[in-house]
Write a protein that binds this ligand. Structure first.
Ligand SMILES: C[S@@+](CC[C@H](N)C(=O)[O-])C[C@H]1O[C@@H](n2cnc3c(N)ncnc32)[C@H](O)[C@@H]1O
Length: 327
């Protein structure tokens, strides 16, 4: 289940929680706000991760945050373009690219030397293997998370990520049926690496259990990326795409945004302007100590539809004020 990306709605656990409460160094960046955007604070973001009463860990304001303030930005831990966008966005940051013709069409592309440089080590690993069977498996079943797993596996093999980098995130609970369906994806991923003669010592992490653990985390922590910015033409094609097919350019998982809980009337929203880097903005005034929440789903749905999707996708019954009022 993807967390809805736009329009303002959107464990090694005990050990990890302790680390979080003690101030685990998150992968956030102090943002450079565009003109007319007010930064909530010049230093570290005015937030902390703590335990909530009903929803596990959550994100809380450490001081008052003004309406419209940019609270923090976040770079992804793992991201991947959707298969339908693979030739039209940067393979690293998902920025939209100018259309190309003919022979260039079948290559992945980058928006800048910087993006190419930052991804060259794991892209080199990826290029050694033939992913056609794995990609077909994703395409025919409409699966997006296994593409994130493939990228993470290439990052681990190349040494730019550790195999346990997502362990701190909450996993989805998976039924035995879901787990058995993942077997095919794992076999295809493993066989692509084996045919490419990847060295055994680099592949020790790649067990079926690793594959399942990672997918369980992607399932409830991934964001579907829809870009809000770009040119006038982009906005037109985005509008058309959202009607016709899939407006998303890809999917990504972040560290700090993964700790935001859900509310059907959220006080924070997460947006993407022109690439995969996320911006978390206050939708209204937030007091010190208040929990910051985003909306995981389409907030325009009615009460019953929201409850069903949240339960099926994220495993909880929402008891936010809006749901409690029956709206
Ligand atoms: C992306 S995680 C949010 C962080 C999570 N609470 C943690 O401890 O890592 C999503 C999960 O948090 C819990 N959650 C989020 N919002 C909730 C809410 N409003 N009520 C109850 N549980 C919630 C659910 O278990 C959901 O699957």
């Amino acid at each position: 289940m993807y967390r809805y990306s736009r329009w303002g709605w959107q464990l090694k656990r005990r050990h990890s929680e302790r680390k979080l409460l003690l101030g685990f160094p998150f992968c956030y960046s102090t943002p450079t706000p565009p003109e007319n955007e007010k930064l909530a604070s010049p230093g570290p973001p005015p937030i902390r991760v703590s335990i909530t009463e009903m929803a596990g860990r959550g994100v809380f304001a450490t001081r008052r945050i003004g309406s419209g303030d940019l609270i923090h930005t976040a770079k992804p831990l793992v991201s991947h373009p959707s298969l339908s966008s693979i030739h039209s966005v940067c393979y690293f940051c998902l920025r939209k690219l100018k259309p190309v013709t003919s022979s260039e069409d079948c290559n992945v592309r980058f928006c800048s030397q910087e993006c190419e440089e930052q991804s060259k080590v794991f892209v080199a690993v990826e290029r050694k293997a033939d992913w056609s069977a794995y990609d077909d498996y994703c395409r025919t079943r409409g699966l997006k998370y296994p593409l994130l797993v493939k990228r993470l596996a290439c990052m681990v093999v190349s040494g730019v990520a550790s195999a346990d980098c997502l362990d701190i995130l909450q996993p989805a609970s998976l039924s035995s049926e879901m787990i058995s369906e993942m077997g095919e994806g794992f076999s295809l991923l493993q066989s692509a690496f084996m045919k490419a003669k990847a060295r055994d010592e680099c592949m020790a992490f790649l067990t079926e259990q690793w594959y399942i653990n990672v997918l369980a985390r992607f399932r409830i922590n991934s964001f579907r990326i829809e870009l809000a910015g770009g040119s006038y033409e982009d906005l037109h094609s985005l509008a058309a795409a959202s009607v016709e097919t899939e407006a998303a350019v890809g999917n990504a998982v972040y560290m700090l945004p993964s700790f935001y809980n859900h509310d059907c009337d959220p006080n924070v929203h997460i947006i993407w302007i022109d690439n995969v880097n996320a911006r978390l903005k206050a939708l209204r005034e937030i007091e010190a100590g208040e929990e910051l929440r985003i909306c995981y789903i389409d907030a325009s749905m009615d009460h019953d539809a929201r409850q069903t999707i949240l339960f099926q996708g994220f495993g909880f019954r929402c008891s936010c004020l809006r749901c409690s009022s029956g709206d």
